[in-house]
Design a protein around this ligand. Structure first.
Ligand code: CU
Length: 171
């Protein structure tokens, strides 16, 4: 049962998540207008931001709103330094990123991302995906004792497995 839930979570994310390469081909760099870039993007929970940059020149600091507004890199929540930093956007709401090197942030290397709840609007298959999101987690009912109650999650799992097989067949 737990495995089934895990499978649902993993595959639901896999089906709907989008990778957003920050700045597209320009990457994470000086002299890129990230306000323009972000105006063409929309983000839902589970999407990924991919920062690509020269590790010797830039970094990616996840910061709070105050640090974002002040371009302060004194206490980032996390810092990526490898040249390619991938951030999974979770939870919904605002996420803030800056470059902590020199004064790059005040020169424009700052990014505010507004993440929406996943996704009644995403173009995934209708019936099974709504079943996944609305089915309550199985934590409230234990699977062994209540025979009738445990049927529907199993059906959902089987349905979803069918969907996955279908998907694999298509690709
Ligand atoms: Cu920089």
């Amino acid at each position: 049962m737990a495995l089934g839930v895990l499978l649902l979570l993993c595959c639901a994310t896999w089906v709907s998540a989008t990778d957003h390469t920050v700045g597209d081909s320009s990457g994470w760099e000086l002299n890129v207008n990230y306000t323009n870039w972000i105006s063409g993007q929309s983000f839902v929970v589970g999407d990924k931001l991919v920062f690509k940059y020269a590790a010797s020149q830039h970094n990616v600091e996840t910061v709070n709103a105050a640090a974002y507004n002040a371009c302060s890199s004194s206490s980032p929540i996390s810092t990526g330094t490898t040249g390619q930093t991938t951030i999974t956007l979770d939870p919904s709401g605002k996420h803030y990123f800056i470059c902590g090197i020199s004064n790059h942030c005040s020169q424009g290397m700052k990014l505010e991302v507004d993440v929406a709840e996943s996704s009644s609007t995403s173009p995934s298959p209708p019936s099974s995906s709504t079943t996944n999101t609305t089915t309550p987690p199985s934590t409230t009912t234990t699977d062994n004792n209540s025979g009738a109650g445990s049927l529907s999650p199993v059906h959902a799992t089987v349905a979803f497995m069918g969907l996955v097989v279908l998907k694999l067949g298509v690709f």
